[in-house]
Design a protein around this ligand. Structure first.
Ligand code: NG6
Ligand code: CA
Length: 499
């Protein structure tokens, strides 16, 4: 049909103009290695992600920089370890951790002519301290390289439970200003401790402050009634914003950092996903997350952009079942193994803390393959810089190593060494060896026991041979004191001077 010819012709012209590939990072929250079908999930189906995995590069040894959110996000966006800036899980009123002027992935892409957006979870702090949610909230993403942002400011379980679009809270009524506190109660809304009958999800003490949308949160919040989010609407709201951004930029190269709330707590998937898994809310949230991913991918296909878009799908840290709310994630788990074949989970120094599903998809460019290369999310920065032809400054993205050909599945050999950050210590991988540096006192163990997670922390050094002992059971440290010493030296060296 004539009409079809015109469309084809249009696409052709568009591709000639837009030779730089679009870049989309799907950054999932708390998704474990084994939570995706192509990585062995049994309690839930993930057809949209499996399609990416089957037609792209599926990595088996790719890592977030840390076993928690804020440091991993910091590293993804700056190409450096979280410990270089004391990154740790931030409260919902924390100042912005990535300060204006810092080199970032989106700022680097802007140099190459990209339009850049972050949509979804931020959790990297906003403002200068004592943020006023009723005015212009800055500095924030717009000051570090993003042209557009639509955010869940911290986490789903932290106040304020409002969306922030660029510098403004969405739908805020100036006559009902927002107040937020992480040090005592503000506002009239009851907390769960005051009115347990009003909360529809059972929560631990930390998650028992202001009740909003029937769910008690961390922190207290007054005002802002018209601006409150409805957790169940996240998939539609964030997907809608992502699609709007793609449409608006279909003729220019764009970078979309699509940062999901799922499958972090509180897990409150939209009712249409209820029962989509056999695992209750945690599994249903995975199904929802798969749906969101499929929606954006099919939008790219419909716009004729898929073959000019590099997609990276990955997670900010390993899995956790109970993280403040009781949604029966443990009871309903069945044979599903969120941590895959590894030991540990979110927060932990064991492999499941940072070894996360990682898929690179680029139809026509990347051939289907499984890659066992040791890679870090920090390496995305330098690799993408190479892809778009930007030369990095000497002090830019200091922990990021360029492995573009590995990312695209053309080569298999990447890092020889990699630091894995956990909440209590650092570990070092060198080839098959895994060293976990000792902790001074193991007081985090109790916190993790409460979450059913093995931290992997000990007051003595630990050394595992992952080639024979993937589950880190057999501590070889005392039999190999020399190797332990070398690993500790190497760890210190990388911390002090970079990889
Ligand atoms: C912890 C919260 C947890 C989660 C986490 C951040 C406890 C007791 N509470 O402080 O529920 O919100 O912070 O998760 O652990 S992350 O994925 O954003 O790092
Ligand atoms: Ca996380």
């Amino acid at each position: 049909m004539g009409c079809g010819d015109e469309v084809n012709h249009g696409n052709h012209v568009l591709h000639e103009k837009n030779t730089k590939p679009n870049i989309v990072i799907f950054y999932i929250d708390d998704l474990g290695y084994g939570d995706v079908g192509s990585y062995g999930a049994v309690g839930v189906e993930t057809p949209s992600i499996d399609k990416l995995a089957e037609n792209g590069v599926r990595f088996t040894d790719a890592h977030s920089s840390a076993a928690t959110c804020t440091p991993s996000r910091y590293s993804l966006l700056t190409g450096e370890h979280g410990f270089r800036n004391n990154a740790a899980i931030l409260p919902g009123d924390a100042p912005s951790l990535i300060r204006p002027g810092k080199a970032t992935l989106p700022a680097m892409l802007k140099k190459a002519g990209y339009q850049t957006a972050v949509i979804g979870k931020w959790h990297l702090g906003l403002g200068d301290g004592d943020v006023n949610w009723n005015g212009d909230v800055s500095p924030g993403p717009l000051d570090i390289g993003f042209d557009y942002s639509f955010l869940l400011p911290a986490t789903g379980d932290r106040v304020p439970t409002v969306y922030l679009e660029n510098t403004k809270v969405v739908n805020l009524d100036p006559n009902d200003p927002i107040s937020v506190s992480y040090k005592g109660k503000v506002g009239e809304r009851p907390t769960r401790l005051e009115r347990p009958d009003l909360a529809r999800v059972v929560a631990d003490e930390q998650h028992s402050e202001t009740i909003i949308n029937g769910v008690s949160r961390i922190g207290t919040m007054g005002g802002g009634e018209s601006a409150l989010w409805v957790d169940e609407d996240f998939p539609d709201v964030f997907t809608g914003k992502a699609i709007d951004f793609i449409h608006a930029n279909k003729n220019k190269p764009f970078f979309l950092f699509h940062s999901y709330h799922d499958i972090h707590v509180p897990r409150l998937p939209h009712p249409r996903f209820k029962g989509k898994s056999s695992m209750g809310p945690r599994g249903d949230a995975i199904a929802q997350m798969d749906w969101m991913t499929g929606k954006v991918v099919s939008e790219l296909e419909q716009l004729g952009l898929a073959e000019n878009t590099l997609i990276i799908f990955t997670s900010d840290n390993g899995p956790v079942l109970t993280d403040g709310y009781d949604d029966q994630a443990i009871e309903l788990l069945g044979d599903h193994k969120p941590w895959g074949p590894f030991r540990g989970g979110k927060y932990s120094a064991f492999e499941a803390g940072t070894r996360v599903p990682t898929i690179v998809y680029w139809p026509g460019k990347v051939k289907p393959k499984v890659s066992d290369a040791l890679l870090s999310q920090m390496d995305i920065y330098a690799s993408v810089a190479k892809l778009v032809g930007v030369k990095l400054e000497d002090n830019e993205a200091v922990d990021s190593v360029e492995y573009l050909s590995v990312l695209l599945g053309e080569e298999e050999i990447a890092r020889e060494a990699l630091i894995e950050e956990s909440v209590a210590t650092n570990s070092l991988r060198v080839n098959q060896w895994k060293y976990i540096a000792p902790v001074k006192n193991n007081n985090v163990a109790a916190f993790l026991a409460h979450k059913n997670i093995e931290g992997g922390f000990a007051e003595k050094p630990q050394l595992f041979d992952l080639s024979k002992d993937i589950t880190e059971q057999n501590n070889l440290a005392s039999a190999n004191p020399k190797l332990v010493q070398q690993m500790q030296l190497r760890l210190t060296e990388i911390i002090n001077s970079g990889y």
